[in-house]
Design a protein around this ligand. Structure first.
Ligand code: MG
Ligand code: ZN
Length: 223
């Protein structure tokens, strides 16, 4: 990469970081815990969110910002679960940035929110470089992908607080060792909280919901 290109990228990132820190301040001011969900396309982000919303809606006030390159399809799926959703169509952009999230928050009532999910664009590369002001990054890895994805895309796994392995109901049908995948992820980031889930059977979703609820409680105590 040329020195000039590196310089431009650093400027973009530092402008983004400034907006991200404003977003973080606004969310903290309202005691809102937020997660930025990263994964490849097709790892099951939206389906996991649909199940999670159903589990947590009785006890927590939820909202979603859903990013996609094109279409509002995922946002519409989530809206059907009866929570506030803002869609971000990036129009070609391969990641969300903090300004897009900041603008989406204008249309959401932070005073009526405990937990905000940000569904990033499906892409394991650059979304990990763009701070959105979230409390935690969560990375998804489905059993239909390669066990070595954490080794190929280390930044996403290094910056995440949680790894959610998805679609574990499909393990009998695919050549995927969940244990190897988890070992690979932990070799990149030993502090990862690891959860194995199936949005289809419901396996592991209680643990995921419990982790989220615990974080929301801690966040409220801190605010
Ligand atoms: Mg999606
Ligand atoms: Zn990108």
């Amino acid at each position: 990469m040329s020195a000039e290109r590196v310089d431009v990228e650093q400027k973009v990132l530092s402008a983004n970081d400034q907006i991200a820190s404003e977003v973080r301040g606004r969310l903290a001011g309202h005691g809102v815990f937020s997660v930025n969900i990263l994964s490849s396309p097709g790892s099951g982000k939206t389906t996991l969110l649909e199940r999670t919303v159903d589990l947590l809606k009785p006890s927590l006030r939820l909202a979603v910002v859903a990013g996609d390159v094109q279409t509002r399809n995922d946002a519409e799926r989530l809206e059907r679960h009866g929570i506030p959703v803002q869609a971000i169509e990036t129009g070609g952009g391969c990641h969300l940035n903090a300004r897009q999230v900041s603008e989406s928050l204008e249309s959401l009532d932070l005073g009526e929110m405990d937990l905000l999910f940000i569904e990033n664009v499906g892409n394991l590369v650059c979304p990990s470089s763009f701070d959105l002001g979230e409390s935690r990054k969560v990375v998804l890895l489905s059993v239909t992908e390669g066990e070595d994805k954490p080794l190929k895309y280390p930044a996403a796994f290094r910056r995440a607080g949680v790894l959610v392995v998805t679609k574990v109901d499909l393990v009998p049908h695919v050549e995927f060792s969940t244990q190897t995948a988890i070992e690979n992820a932990l070799s990149i980031n030993p502090d990862l909280v690891v959860l194995s889930t199936s949005s289809y059977t419901g396996e592991g979703l209680d643990s995921w919901a419990e982790w989220l609820t615990g974080q929301v409680t801690e966040c409220k105590q801190g605010s």
